[in-house]
Design a protein around this ligand. Structure first.
Ligand code: SIN
Ligand code: FE2
Length: 217
């Protein structure tokens, strides 16, 4: 499969500092699915409620801190508010994948402290936003897609900047940093399709380095 699609899905610079690595994760990466199952057994997927209502993507995290949302806002927390326990440690398989992808995109020495795991069912989406709660603007964001495809919009530092629209497939990685670190991005409503390993679901792992001074209990 990788070879079949390689010629038509070359690695692509989306904007300065942002690179799309199609099929970077080998499709036989069964380990990642096992890791997601292990993490979510200890820190279950949940739909955070924001001021705008419940988020359509279900989320969990691993690493020294996890991303959380509630009606008062967004932040990184050392503990899972649902279990009051620390988030599961980031498994080496995840850390190594993220470090390798960052280096491939030109960001050597990436040291992620958090991996947010998003699970999208049919119809779930993520509105346009910037990742800006991390306090480490020099470190990129590494995003890994698994399962059914998603239409991903990637723009610039202004919300109104023109967007590139790409379809992220199982095993695709996008890395954004440098001049693209605060690019606006979002995911359109997931279409109901089937993937061998995930059924109707899409998973997205985003790795971030976070300033420890910003972690809350
Ligand atoms: C995110 O922006 O946190 C997730 C992006 C994605 O699901 O591809
Ligand atoms: Fe994001």
């Amino acid at each position: 499969m990788d070879d079949l699609f390689a010629p038509v899905r070359p690695r692509t610079v989306l904007a300065e500092g942002a690179i799309w690595l199609p099929g970077f994760v080998p499709s036989e990466a069964q380990t990642l699915h096992q890791v997601i199952a292990d993490v979510s057994a200890r820190a279950p997927f949940r739909h955070f409620r924001t001021r705008m209502g419940p988020m359509s993507a279900a989320m969990t995290s691993c690493g020294a801190c996890g991303w959380i949302a509630d009606p008062s806002g967004y932040r990184y927390s050392r503990t899972d508010p649902q279990t009051s326990q620390p988030w599961p440690a980031m498994p080496d398989a995840l850390r190594h994948l993220a470090v390798r992808a960052a280096a491939e995109a030109g960001y050597e020495g990436f040291d992620p402290s958090s991996c947010l795991i998003n699970r999208y069912g049919p119809g779930a989406k993520m509105g346009l936003h910037q990742d800006r709660d991390e306090g480490r603007p020099e470190a990129p964001v590494v995003s890994v897609s698994l399962g059914v495809p998603a239409r991903f919009s990637f723009g610039g530092s202004l919300r109104s900047d023109p967007k590139r629209i790409i379809d992220l497939l199982d095993g695709d990685v996008v890395v954004w940093g440098g001049p693209s670190r605060f690019a606006w991005h979002g995911v359109s409503s997931i279409r109901e399709t089937f993937h061998q390993q995930t059924g109707a679901m899409r998973y997205n792992l985003t790795f971030r380095a976070i300033n420890a001074a910003l972690f809350r209990p």
